[in-house]
Design a protein around this ligand. Structure first.
Ligand SMILES: NC(=O)c1ccc[n+]([C@@H]2O[C@H](COP(=O)([O-])OP(=O)(O)OC[C@H]3O[C@@H](n4cnc5c(N)ncnc54)[C@H](OP(=O)(O)O)[C@@H]3O)[C@@H](O)[C@H]2O)c1
Length: 335
């Protein structure tokens, strides 16, 4: 079978297409014929050796994908050949709070990921793919979709009428927009592009702020919402947290999700205590939440936003687009 792997060293230039043996499913495992995969920022960092420089190589990158059950190992009872399923990012985390053990086995590092013609996974570590979505759309859900869901629904308990601020127009933030709208919440988005801000308004965002033009965008949010927003989807990290602390209301909530602008920052901590804020670290989510999310998506007929779709052999171009930041939504690889 064909797989993409990070070869003997990290770096986009070391991505290579190779042949491996088709694996055999053991007890409680299924063999999937993969149909599509999607890229996350984490995958780019993994390929470049910036996510975990000690990751043993070679590694099949990418955590997200969708496949069809080709065959079942002994003892498999919940799946049959032909079922279309999505592997979970963290196969050992079915519900509840995460632990180190539950997060030791994530796909796309340390375990081989989804850029593989076939893969074997435990039957308990997949969810059924929503029928109304295409293969490409299903492949976008496990990391970006579930992360936005975990932030807003699992940890925050989003309610109708809440105001959500989401940064940028990448995968996580666009899912956050769609999830928030489906709950009857209002959404303010930031972006480096006026054109992308027009597009999020067409999707239902009430306001858009260009964070390149308006450096103090936290203040701009306060002009729109004098009490501040209820919830922030924080994907920028080092350079954005300070503005998020300005934008959020007394007693509000910030989901720390990404570090696109860096990991180290000097911020004034006083608002966190004096305004009784909650800052919650988010690490994707568990299978139970993934299944709830898929039900909600089907009810509201939410369709993931696909920015660009690449063929199997175009993987390096797909990563190059992500690195350039030219996308709006998810980048997918169709097998
Ligand atoms: N904790 C978790 O479980 C988890 C899960 C998924 C993702 N993440 C992290 O969350 C972040 C976003 O992931 P993603 O998959 O949505 O990425 P993505 O699809 O690549 O989106 C990135 C977008 O964020 C915006 N952006 C870039 N730099 C920014 C900055 N300094 N301030 C504000 N916005 C900025 C840009 O939007 P514009 O072009 O509109 O400016 C860019 O297109 C990444 O750091 C990723 O590693 C974490």
């Amino acid at each position: 079978m064909k797989v993409w792997e990070i070869g003997e060293a990290f770096g986009l230039e070391n991505l290579r297409e190779v042949q491996r043996e088709v694996p055999t499913p053991g007890h409680g495992e299924v063999l999937l014929k993969m149909k599509a995969a999607s890229l996350n920022f984490r995958d780019l960092l993994m390929v470049k050796g910036m996510y975990n420089p000690r990751q043993p190589l070679p590694l099949v990158p990418c955590s997200d994908g969708v496949g069809v059950v080709e065959s079942c190992g002994e003892g498999v009872s919940s799946l049959k050949a032909g079922d279309r399923v999505i592997p979970c990012f963290a196969p050992d985390w079915s519900s509840g709070e995460p632990t180190r053990d539950k997060l030791r086995t994530t796909l796309g590092g340390p375990l081989d990921g989804t850029l593989s013609e076939y893969m074997v996974v435990p039957e308990q570590s997949v969810v059924m793919a929503p029928e109304y979505l295409s293969d490409e759309e299903c492949a976008t859900l496990p990391c970006a979709g579930l992360t936005a869901w975990s932030a807003l629904v699992t940890h925050y308990g989003l309610k109708a009428g809440d105001v959500v601020l989401a940064q940028g127009t990448g995968g996580v933030s666009l899912f956050a927009l769609q999830i928030a709208k489906a709950h009857g919440a209002e959404v303010i988005m930031t972006s480096s592009s006026d054109e992308k801000l027009e597009r999020v308004k067409e999707m239902g965002a009430s306001h858009g702020i260009n964070y390149r033009d308006v450096e103090q965008w936290g203040k701009a949010v306060r002009k729109l919402k004098p009490l501040g927003v209820d919830h922030v989807i924080e994907v920028g990290g080092a350079d954005t947290l300070e503005q998020s602390l300005r934008a959020v209301k007394f007693g509000g909530h910030i989901s720390m999700i990404g570090v696109l602008s860096g990991t180290l920052s000097k911020v004034n901590l006083i608002p966190i205590l004096m305004q009784n804020l909650r800052i919650q670290g988010i690490i994707v989510g568990h299978k139970e939440a993934f299944e709830s999310m898929n039900k909600a998506f089907a009810t509201h007929q939410i369709r993931p936003v696909i920015s660009d779709s690449f063929g199997w052999s175009e993987l390096p171009d797909a990563f190059a687009l992500m690195e350039k930041g030219g996308h709006f939504g998810k980048i997918v690889i169709s097998f």
